[in-house]
Design a protein around this ligand. Sequence first.
Ligand SMILES: [Zn+2]
Ligand SMILES: [Zn+2]
Length: 277
Amino acid sequence: MEFLDKLLGIDPNYIVIGLIALFFSLEQIMKSPFNFQKRINHLFQNLLFQIILVILNIFFVTFQIFSIEWLNSNHIGLLYLVELPLWAKLFISVALYDVTAYWVHRGTHAIPLLWRFHRVHHSDTTMDSSTVFRFHPLELILVFGIGNIVTAALFGTDVLSMALYYFFLYVFFFFEHANLKYPKWLNSTLGLIFVMPDHHRVHHQQDQFYTDSNYADIFIIWDRIFGTFKMMPVEQMKYGLVEFEEDKKQTFLYLIKSPFINIKRITSNKTDENKAE
Ligand SMILES: [Zn+2]
Ligand SMILES: [Zn+2]
């Protein structure tokens, strides 16, 4: 418990800075499955999203914590109906935040208004560790942020478990997005339960058949249970969205405005044998 207090006592911004420094450096020195150029400019454009998010979060995180603590103080949510040891409550709560995020994420793909914001994350043609930052801040705050409050209202999860969830979420996000060569055996071992980089890479494919799969962030079991799990060979992968391929559409300024621009989704209708699940 003391360790947990210490861990969660660290400013989350320092954890994020540490993770991007670590993974970006590893991508520079280790072997990568994809050879991307202009990495510094790409990092800079993606960092701008994080800077805006940190500023907006000064207000929003306060609102989120206030809302969840109010729900908890009124004992709202299913977890208040059962007595559990702290470790079990924390584990279940992290899983509940994750499964709600799975459904919210599916919603961002299925609902056209939400896709306008979510496609910013999918637009990245050169996915690497800094793609973790490429989310429209309004999506993170208004869609996923509200999703966390809904989780607390339904299940009675608290702020401590949300902080723990975000810690694991960011570790997994950097692990999943990094352009690093990971051993294949991860997929058939840890990958039975947790999201592995090869799983999330499928989610970033141009082809919508694959984009609409592997929605989970931490536990891949949600995709396996709810029938959205797909795999494809890394050698056949192509990241991004056809409608965002031009260089000028890869800039922070264009992307931040893009939810308010009518952009037709271009989907390919490949019918190769890989799609036979
Ligand atoms: Zn997505
Ligand atoms: Zn992603």
